[in-house]
Design a binder for this molecule. Structure first.
Ligand code: PNW
Length: 568
């Protein structure tokens, strides 16, 4: 991590630079810089039963893309489109190396693991009547049994984007006619039932869909993600509609046929970037941004079975302006609304970043798409640090705002943070002392603790993305999110702990930041450094040692060095 712009401003100390600093503080009073109150370290611990977990997804780690009878998924198709792409053909080879993954979790003291099941590994065509791949069924049985033998609870995602290719070809996947004879809901329901039947005796946490926003918008709207359907005016709205109905179907099957005997929970994982208004005049725009993003799925499922009011009115106005007789946003029937509302036992949240929102009312009506439909502009404050992924700016306080929004908007649900994390570039030498990831987890988990302990948000779980470096979708292996390093050129795919895994282990062991612990002392020493500032800058403190000299406090430096030496 390099010295910040404001550091160098303080060093040169000229009148002009100080003047610029003052001006910049005046211009960006809300989002810019370190805010002494907002950003202060909170000491304390999470509730006793708090769940610490890490996550992966089938296509991103399993490999074994065509073993036994596994069918191809839409991501196999995309990855094999041309020879220049990274593929998930081998990935981390977790299909064979899952016991090693489980030992990493055990090492870290994790008691939960969020992974996904590959639909075409279970039903090669996506349809049970065409046949079941018994090797696939055995694989997930072995994985679940090994987890439980190591005292780790499975949290299973049914769908993390790897749709069976045959379902896309036969029915248009989630574009399957959403008004008349729709089969995709039933097919997803059959798949869900099969998983409950086979694994529900041991799996007590089910997540129907991971980030339907991505599948809908990137998969069926923009079409850069699989299955690459480009229809940005309507594709995402039709796909989202079908996904919501498929989710409801899978929820009711659990409720009606399994809940009494198995006693588990079913939810969905939604992703959302927090939207903060650039100026006070942009407050409505920021709210609209969040409603179009999170509310699109959360409002029907966690509120009243229907899309957010602001989405419906905005889209109705657009229809008029575009000379259409019906809105591009489909409607649910009254029966469908009833069946959708309340279909989440918990609220799964994936969150990584925040955007600054401006009102852009009203965008032109030629080539309308989901982005222009919102009538907002998005940007980033100049001092928000950026991770390796182009979209990932580090804004820790955003997660606290978002958690508070969910509490207020959706009736105070139990929230499971099912993903949060930071990417590095793939580079040589490898980043094993991943201080920026340590800082990210430190700052974001502390904000989650503020939401829990100060704002009374019912946050039940925090899940790090990801246990391992893995196949990062269109970015392939060029972006690394792992707590553990994987050498993708090594046929054995050996895993190596990064420093962040040592940090995370201490965090889990301390269940937060308890007053007086060695761990909390280390975090106190790191706090301003992680926020790209210094104690002197924040408190006007002039004497004493610099922050940097206390960085590698013996307490964590030693285990980090040991972790590092494992790969040297
Ligand atoms: C999530 N974006 O995806 C997924 O659930 C993971 O599979 C993924 O590896 C992780 O976040 C990190 O990207 C996202 O472009 C993919 O804004 C793309 C975006 C956001 C989330």
């Amino acid at each position: 991590m390099s010295a910040t712009a404001s550091d160098s401003i303080m060093e040169t100390g000229t009148f002009v630079n100080c003047f610029l600093l003052v001006i910049s503080l005046v211009i960006i009073p809300v989002n810019g810089g370190y805010d002494k109150e907002r950003d202060a370290l909170l000491k304390g611990t999470f509730p006793q039963d708090f769940i610490w977990s890490s996550a992966t997804a089938a296509y991103q780690i399993e490999g074994a893309w065509n073993v036994s009878d596994k069918g191809p998924s839409v991501w196999d198709t995309l990855a094999h489109q041309d020879n220049n792409r990274d593929t998930g053909d081998v990935a981390c080879d977790s299909y064979h190396k899952y016991p090693a993954d489980i030992q990493l979790m055990k090492q870290m003291g994790l008691k939960y693991y969020r992974f996904s099941i590959s639909w075409p590994r279970i039903f090669p065509t996506g349809e049970q009547q065409d046949g079941v791949n018994q090797d696939g069924v055995r694989y997930y049985n072995a994985l679940i049994n090994e987890l439980i033998a190591n005292d780790i609870q499975p949290m299973v995602t049914l769908f993390h984007w790897d749709l069976p290719q045959v379902l896309q070809d036969r029915y248009g996947g989630f574009l399957n006619n959403h008004t008349n004879t729709t089969v995709i809901h039933d097919l997803f329901g059959d798949y869900a039932r099969f998983l409950y039947q086979n694994y529900g005796d041991r799996v007590k946490y089910w997540i129907t869909f991971n980030e339907p926003w991505i599948t809908a918008w990137l998969g069926y709207g923009i079409g850069n993600f699989a299955p690459q359907h480009n229809e940005p005016a309507e594709g995402q709205y039709k796909a989202a509609h079908n996904i919501i109905l498929s989710h409801a179907k899978a929820y009711h099957i659990y409720d009606d046929e399994f809940r009494a005997a198995q006693g588990g929970q079913v939810g969905i994982t939604l992703n959302c970037d927090w939207g903060t208004p650039k100026t006070p005049a942009d407050a409505d725009a920021a709210l609209r941004y969040v409603q179009f993003f999170l509310g699109w799925f959360a409002h029907p499922i966690y509120k009243n079975g229907d899309y957010p009011e602001v989405m419906k009115t905005t889209m109705a106005r657009k229809a008029q302006e575009e000379g259409r007789t019906t809105s591009r946003l489909p409607e649910f029937t009254p029966e469908q609304k009833l069946s959708i509302s309340g279909t989440g036992d918990f609220f799964g949240l994936n969150h990584y970043t925040t955007v600054e929102v401006t009102d852009a009312c009203c965008t032109p009506i030629e080539n309308p798409n989901y982005d222009t439909d919102k009538d907002v502009g998005t940007g980033h404050a100049p001092d928000w640090p950026r991770a390796a992924s182009s979209w990932l700016y580090v804004v820790p306080w955003g997660i606290r705002n978002l958690l508070g929004f969910i509490k207020e908007e959706y009736g105070d649900p139990e929230i499971y943070v099912t993903e949060n994390g930071r990417s590095d570039h793939d580079q040589d030498p490898a980043i094993m002392m991943d201080m920026e990831r340590i800082c990210y987890y430190m700052m974001y988990t502390n904000e989650v603790m503020k939401a829990s302990n100060m704002d009374n948000v019912k946050v039940k779980a925090y899940t790090a993305w990801s246990l391992l470096d893995n196949f990062e979708w269109l970015s392939g292996y060029s972006e690394r999110f792992g707590l553990h390093y994987v050498d993708f050129n090594d046929p054995t795919r050996t895993r190596y702990p990064k420093a962040s895994s040592v940090f995370f282990k201490q965090l889990v062991r301390n269940n937060g930041y308890p007053e007086g612990s060695e761990f909390t002392k280390y975090v106190e020493n790191m706090w301003y450094f992680c926020h790209n500032t210094t104690e002197a800058e924040v408190n006007g403190y002039t004497g004493g040692a610099s922050q940097i000299s206390s960085l590698f406090s013996l307490f964590l430096a030693i285990p980090m060095m040991i972790a590092y030496s494992l790969i040297a």
